[in-house]
Structure formats: C-alpha cells, structure tokens
Design a protein around this ligand. Sequence first.
Ligand SMILES: *Cc1c(COP(=O)(O)O)cnc(C)c1O
Length: 471
Amino acid sequence: MRYLSTRGDSTPRKFCDILLEGLAPDGGLYLPERYPQVDAATLARWRELPYHALAFEILSLYIDDIPAADLKALCARTYTEEVFGTPDIVPLRELEDGVYLEALSNGPTLAFKDMAMQLLGNLFEYELARRGEELNILGATSGDTGSAAEYAMRGKQGVRVFMTSPEGRMSPFQQAQMFSLQDANIHNIAIAGVFDDCQDIVKAVSNDLEFKRKYRIGTVNSINWARLLAQVVYYFAGYFQAAASNDRPVSFTVPSGNFGNVCAGHVARMMGLPIHTLVVATNENDVLDEFFRTGVYRVRAAADTHETSSPSMDISKASNFERFVFDLLGRDAGRLRGLFEGELGRTGRFDLSADPAFAEAAARFGFSSSRSTHADRLATIRDTDKRFATLIDTHTADGLKAAREHLVPGVPMVVLETALPIKFAETIVEALGHEPDRPARFVGIEALPKRVVRLPADAQAVKTYIAQHCD
Ligand SMILES: *Cc1c(COP(=O)(O)O)cnc(C)c1O
C-alpha cells in the first residue's frame, strides 16, 4: 500500500515512511492510494475475532512494511483487558430500543484517544528501534490529547515527550493525571499563559528547522494517519455487536472536533462496512454542522470559538476535514488545493453548496449532522441518568442528542462514548448535583506527588529546556 498527499504530492511512500510525520511536505494530509474492499466472506470471518486480531487484520491491509508476525504482536500487546478494562475492549450497551453506546473510554486516560494513542506508542517504539533513531515529541494540550500521549509513550524506548499546558487552566483531575507520571521520559511543562501561547511555542520551535532536525522534534497530533487507522477498527467492532448479521446497515453518531474520529468511520464505510449514516455531532462550535447543512465551510476566528462544557470539541477549524473533502471531490488534488490553499487562505471559507459533489456528502457518503448547546448537554445527562441509570459525559451527551435526531426505524444507532464523566465532573455536578463515580485507580490522584516544571511563555525557554533534557 502506498500513501499520497491530498494536495497532490505523489512521491511513493509506505506506512512507516509517514508514521512519524505530520503534514505532507506540500502541506496536505496523507491518505492511502485506495481503500481496500472487504467482501462478505471477510466480514463473516472478522465477526468471530477478538479485538486485537481484528485490529491486525484491518491494519495489515494498510501496512505492508512491518512483518506480519511483528504487527500481530504489536496489536496483541496493545489491545488487552489489562489496558482497556474489559475483554471486549469496546463493549456495546443498549440504552433504549435500537440506540447503543459503544464504550471507547476505558483506557488509561478515560477518553477515546487512548484507542489510537496506545497503538501509536508501540508502533513508534518499534519503528525507532528498527531505525536506531530517537524522537522527542513536543506538544501543546489543554487536556485529553496530552494525557493520552503521555500514557501511551511513558517508559517507551527512544521516545521523550515534552508536553506544554497552560498553567492552572486544566481541571485538577486532568493536571493530576498528567503531572503524577514519574517516568523519566515524560516532561510536563506548565507555561505561564493560555493554550494559544502553548500552541504558538510548539509552532515556533517546529519552524526552527535547524533545532527541529538537531533535536529530532516530532508531534502526535490528530492528523497522523496511524492514529486515524487505529480508529477504523472500533467501527467494525461496534458494527459486529450492533448488527445481527453482516447484511444489515448500522448508523454511528460521533462527537466531533477535528474530524479525526468520524473520518475513521468514513474510511470504514469506504472499505464496504455497511454503515447507513455517519452523524457528525458538534457543540456550539458548529463549523462542521454548518458545512453538512449548507455546503459552506467557514473557519472561525479565535474570538468566535466558544469555550464550552464539551471542551474537546471546541475547534475553530477541523484539521482532518481535508481528507473527506478530497474524497468528496473525487480525489481531485488540484481542486482541493484551490479550496484549502486558495479560497480558505484568502477568505477563511469556501462554498460547495452549488456543487453537485455537496449533495453526495449525504447521498453517497452517508454524512449528516447536528449541533447541541450547554442546555442540551445538561438535559441529556439528566435524562440518561434518570431513565437508564447511566452516567454519560458532556461529549457523549452531544452525541446522544444528535443521534436521536437521525434515527431510522430498523437501523441500529451506535453513539460513540468518547470520555468518561469523571473527566468533566463540574458539568455533571451542575446537571445532577453530585460528583460522578471515579474508577478505583484514580481515587486520590490529586494528592500524588507532581512532576512538572514551570516556564514563561517563551519559545527560547522551552528550547533550552529540551536541549538540557535530551541526551
Ligand atoms: C478529541 C475528542 C473529541 C473530538 O474528536 P475528533 O477526532 O477531534 O473529532 C470528542 N470527544 C472527546 C472526549 C475528545 O477527547
């Protein structure tokens, strides 16, 4: 399997060539040159497999530069009951007639990002050892991504993590989750500033090409193809649990931010998994809902990006969206470049409403969307607690509300549970008047010793720190 860039660079690349990369050199995103097709016999065989074996089957269609035995071992080591809490890894539970929750949040950091990041940690360690190289991951986080990356990379050979976060802005639970890690290869850097300052620092360091090369700086952001590929697996696993047989359609609703999660659903559907509808659920930051309703993609300014109670969906633009638009435009890289480099760069928006391709977003690719507000989240959390004795988090609540707006009789609807409520306890207290339960392993983590350095909002200070801790 070869990979190409959405902006037209077609230098032949294999999976391991792009594993440690972010954007393609031309500024595009990597995609496989084609989507492998699964037939009825394959689906029948896969239905019987445990999660790690299913992951191996799907990954091996996209990865032909890691020996099969090694890839199989990596999957088996990643998707264990020990790490993900249950033998099913992503168990489904029926909430009401035909509406299901797929549990993706029982990994080490209690959010679905563990599903991909845990695999990425093992793939990075494997590939770096094979090359005899090291990598220093530099990131900025306001919560979920940073902790998922740290828990995936802790103790891994050849990898260090330098994670910046805005000092005092994360919830006490999130701070405790990250700062209590004592592994020597994990560096928490609290920046005296806001999240944008952290992002600016990461950009400034990455733009210093000499520093970047000398200190082998990399990232683990959500545009990484390996992360997206790992997420394809749980659409198949959810499908097999929700559909009585492999000829029945199933719909999925996905709480969305950067469009990584739902893009993995799109890939699964393109491979031939019988997905009826992919519902993109957004909060008040409705860039994506606006596109699927109107055909207009309009990125928001920082001042127009709301801080909401489902903060992991607070985005101004959706960094993986370009992958879907590439497929929507029949993989016309020239046209895609015109939209993303040209129109979007000049005007901050593009408009496909008059384009026949836009009608295909729903008809041919199965997409639809909804938007929720803080009041919707509170109401959905209360209702789910009262009627089903089930506590859901704020992001999953955005999903459940959207799912109910797109039900089709006879088609099971799977809502992806993207985090556990304990991560967003403040809103649960607002909805229900009490704190959510906390898994036993997180009881008292706020009192653990913390490993964190404080630095000013200054790229040079961060560079100096990295240089001092890389040897
Ligand atoms: C990251 C995240 C999302 C958004 O996922 P995307 O892949 O960026 O669309 C939704 N919910 C939670 C809890 C998250 O951490």
